[in-house]
Design a protein around this ligand. Sequence first.
Ligand code: SAH
Length: 339
Amino acid sequence: MSPDAGTGEDILSLHDYMAAANAAYYGGRDPIGTAGDFITAPEISQMFGELVGLWFADLALRAGVGGDVAYVELGPGRGTLAADGLRAMGQAGLTPDVHLVETSPVLRDRQRSVVPQAHWHDFVADLPRDRPLIIIANEFFDALPIRQYERTARGWRERMVGQEPARFLLGDTDCAEAIPVALADAPLGAIVERNPASEAIMAVLSERIARQGGALLIIDYGYEGPATGDTLQAMHAHAFADPLDAPGTRDLTAHVDFAMLAAIGRNAGLKPSPCIGQGAFLTTLGIDARMASLAKRNPERADDLHAARDRLVSPDQMGRLFRVLALRHADWPMPAGFA
Ligand code: SAH
């Protein structure tokens, strides 16, 4: 925090504001589900976690790893994806160790109730070093704090947050070196986002996969940069809210730059897949067949299963905004779902 010279007011970068607000937000509650602020794909239907689990089992078994592999999940929420995915993996013959990267004590407790065999970590640097890693990040990177820069007549300036009253401000130092070359000449008023924590986590995981073997599957809402635009948003009770209102009680997120994440992986020697829509990915993996088989066994749930499938796959719901990117060790085979 840096007090404003004139007033003594605390002024934070948007990055520090978002980091503090989200640490308080996730640390103190389970925000997921109908009674919370937002719902995620694994909470919509077991079909999501099952297909992700089968995707990993198929890839790891074709890569020739036996049981000696670690399943890693970043920000596992309620643990539903891990529980559904591990059950499906087990049926396909893969039973990895489970390593969950989670900072929220409340959510760790929820995860412990459904994946009691897991090991928990605060940082990706603490993940095991002696075996291939199969890593899933569903709606994880969007929760990490962004920096925003605005093009002004005086050059690029970082967006800050003042508290009295709550409002956006601009810093006075020049930030041109933070701007990707392709965006250096963006028009006045343009906003560029960077996500230093995402970039650092991606660099660590890429280096580990390059050394240990494995693959990383990222599913989130986002775009393929470089691009300008303000994507900061706040969610409260399933509706958009003001990001400056009641910090620590709303979910603050930003869209994920998949091209940036893919480039970090490629630089470390990994092979990135194309970045495709969640709808196309789940459809290629067979969500319709899975739905039909579940509906046959549970006819009373057929309507719910259809509705869940539509939410996950339809282009006007999660099917297009949510993107899927896979990165793999250069010697691992082409993953399913991207053909
Ligand atoms: N993947 C889950 C939950 C998404 S919500 C699902 O799909 O339902 C975001 C998750 O990331 C929460 O579990 C939150 O506690 C966790 N999280 C947020 N910031 C984190 C950080 N810096 N390190 C580790 N976990 C974090």
